[in-house]
Design a protein around this ligand. Structure first.
Ligand code: TXA
Ligand code: MG
Length: 355
């Protein structure tokens, strides 16, 4: 993938060209996660137990965490993000043992969740399951279900384990961005997004996956994919021995899945930069660019350049942030391929585009 403004190419692979693109792109080159500092983890876990917010790295994107068992702490997330109260948050746990506190013992969903946890946890899969009646509902946006995720990032794991040792049951954590905006994949993105909030930000380097977790809804008769991510519908279906239905609005973000629980990531317009964003197929890209420039527009571009889907996903949000910062009139993005491994990238770009 490469990015440029008005045709000045900035290939992602060359250091000198990266430097020319400014610090935002330089910073987005993934690094090894920082070693886990036990004193900092202790401080962060204590803060969470005291009802304060902590932003932490996960392998997908950075999360804005609060004690899911505290009404006030969860309320602080909604106000820091500017997120509507009826949009449920994902509850993060250290593993399947901790997850069981939240799940109603509805045999079907429980069994399916346990099989998926064994196959994919810790990792980028969130599951929506029926919530146990006496588990706290503050994070669940008025639903009788709960979204559960077990992240693999070593800092997230250390934080969740320490938080649970202190008596916590789960950390509610949406992506650490303002509502509707691009999710952060580096600590400095979080600081840019939520500068005003009283917030401890744990730095765990660049997120390795780069796009939000896959969400599968296990509360219906058949599993339904609510949000595509690094774990594919095919992989989930193979573990469950049952095909996974795609929520109607994945294929067509303009359509509303009436039965789907409220998933803010499934809103037609989401994950959006402030600059207008348009997609153009490879064979019409140059023509579309020339037409926009002929109308006097300053256009920033993002091309595929033969990059594989995993690497493209890892870098996408950092690159969109860097392009957004250029204050062009338009970000023109080359449409990703139709292949299944590009499903999550396609989904996010379709929601990021301007309509
Ligand atoms: O990768 C991720 O999942 C990241 C990291 C931080 O873990 N988190 C994340 O959270 O993307 P958020 O809140 O930005 O997106 C979670 C999505 C939301 O669209 C929310 O509506 C949905 O999950 N969700 C959470 N609980 C749900 C429930 N009970 N029913 C339906 N959807 C739910
Ligand atoms: Mg989000």
């Amino acid at each position: 993938m490469s990015s440029s403004t008005n045709g000045k190419a900035v290939p992602g692979s060359s250091q000198s060209d990266l430097a020319a693109a400014g610090p935002a792109l330089m910073d987005s080159v993934p690094t090894e996660p920082e070693p886990v500092d036990p004193a900092l983890i202790e401080r962060a876990a204590q803060r969470l137990r005291a009802g304060a917010l902590v932003a932490f790295p996960t392998e997908t994107v950075y999360g804005l965490g609060a004690d899911a068992g505290s009404e006030a702490a969860v309320a602080a997330i909604y106000s820091a993000k500017g997120r509507p109260r009826d949009h449920p948050l994902i509850v993060h746990v250290s593993g399947w043992m901790a997850a069981q506190y939240w799940i109603a013992s509805d045999r079907d969903a429980y069994d399916r969740a346990s099989r998926l946890a064994r196959a994919f946890w810790p990792g980028p899969l969130s599951m929506v399951v029926p919530r146990r009646a006496d588990a706290p509902a503050w994070a669940c946006g008025g639903q009788s279900s709960v979204g559960l995720r077990c992240p693999s990032h070593p800092v997230a794991q250390a934080l969740l384990r320490r938080f649970e040792a202190l008596g916590g049951k789960g950390v509610a954590a949406p992506s650490a961005n303002r509502f509707g905006r691009i999710s952060p994949t580096r600590a400095e993105h979080v600081r840019d997004e939520l500068a005003a909030a009283d917030l401890l930000v744990l730095d765990g380097g660049a997120s390795q996956v780069g796009l939000e977790s896959t969400i599968v809804d296990l509360t219906r008769a058949t599993p339904v994919l609510l949000r595509p991510g690094a774990v594919s519908a095919q992989q989930i279906g193979a573990v469950l021995g049952q095909p996974v239905t795609e929520s109607g609005n994945i294929a067509n973000p303009d359509r509303v899945d009436e039965q789907a629980p409220r998933v803010s990531g499934s809103l037609a317009s989401h994950y959006a930069p402030a600059t207008a964003l348009q997609l153009a197929p490879t064979n019409a890209f140059e023509q579309t660019l020339a037409a926009a420039q002929a109308r006097g527009k300053c256009v920033a571009t993002l091309r595929l350049d033969g990059e594989d889907a995993g690497r493209y996903a890892q870098m996408l949000y950092a690159r969109l942030r860097a392009l957004d910062a250029q204050r062009a009139d338009l970000i023109l993005v080359e449409s990703p391929p139709e292949e299944p491994q590009w499903a999550a990238v396609r989904d996010r770009l379709l929601r990021a585009r301007t309509r």
